[in-house]
Design a protein around this ligand. Structure first.
Ligand code: NAD
Length: 258
């Protein structure tokens, strides 16, 4: 077990978006568990259950729940369960994104309204909805974290439709941070470098992005889900108490390159 420099002892929260052992959600849940947190971990589709169930040991045997953010009854059940178990929440990790393949693989100029709306709904507005339901449970403050990507800020080949969607997500983080800050609720986006996950496999020519990150990032390494998990722990722990509204790059420094 890795030694954690930051403590999450006594903290309780929700980690969403676990699909398999490659998921960023897995790195976050493992790191949060190692720091002492208790969690409910959610997966988005019933078919994922056989992949995620064997992973519970490394996450400290959290409760697993199915939570498709398009199904409000599942979202309600999630927050009801957190309320029953702990009566409070300290953190929530939103680690999910989706865009229909045809829209994702085409030009932004050509994307359909339905595809755009669906991508915004699952990848951006769901964070706002989850935050709204988490707020009353974050009685002593808390931390809300979502996942973004550099394609929000600059044009990255093949990131296409997800660029404007992640830009909206990062802007939402800033507005939510301003609105929830007076209640002690901090809001962040973590922006990792390319990681080989199922979601990433939907990006055309993803391997070129990964190779570029590995060979040109200042630290000459690919980001791992554990790197993202460590950052999530730092942000959610007391060490992050004076930070909010930021988009933090966890990308071996790749974002400083032209
Ligand atoms: P992943 O495929 O492991 O996770 C994506 C998750 O989104 C899956 O668990 C999936 O079930 C979930 N999801 C999709 N639709 C959903 C819905 N309707 N309801 C609930 N969940 C739903 O891939 P990942 O790379 O771990 O992705 C997690 C986040 O990290 C995403 O926001 C992604 O954009 C972001 N991100 C990934 C990378 C990368 O290179 N992998 C880089 C930067 C940011």
């Amino acid at each position: 077990m890795t030694t954690q420099p930051f403590s999450m002892q006594g903290k309780t929260g929700i980690v969403t978006g676990l699909a398999n052992a490659d998921s960023i959600a897995y790195g976050c849940a493992r790191a949060l568990h190692q720091a002492g947190a208790e969690m409910i971990v959610t997966y988005g589709h019933p078919k994922a259950e056989s992949h995620v169930r064997p992973l519970v040991g490394e996450m400290g045997d959290p409760e697993l729940m199915l939570c498709d953010v398009l199904d409000q009854s599942q979202v309600d059940a999630l927050f009801q369960r957190a309320d029953e178990r702990w009566g409070k929440l300290d953190f929530l990790i939103h680690s999910m994104a989706f865009a229909p393949r045809d829209d994702l693989h085409g030009r932004v100029v050509d994307c359909s309204w339905d595809g755009f709306a669906q991508a915004m709904n699952i990848s951006c507005h769901s964070f706002i909805r989850l935050a709204r339901q988490a707020e009353p449970l974050m009685k002593e403050g808390g931390t809300l974290i979502t996942l973004s990507y550099y394609g929000a800020e600059k044009v990255v080949d093949n990131y296409n439709l997800m660029g404007p969607v992640k830009a909206a997500l990062e802007s939402s983080v800033r507005y939510m941070a301003a609105e929830l800050g007076p209640r002690g609720i901090r809001v962040h986006a973590i922006s990792p470098g390319p990681i080989r996950t199922r979601a990433a496999s939907g990006i055309q020519d993803f391997e070129t992005l990964a190779r570029d990150a590995e060979t040109r990032s200042p630290l000459r390494r690919l980001t791992t889900v554990d790197d993202v998990g460590q950052c999530a722990v730092f942000l959610a722990s007391g060490a992050g108490q004076s930070l909010t509204g930021s988009t933090l790059y966890v990308d071996a420094g790749h974002n400083i390159r032209a």
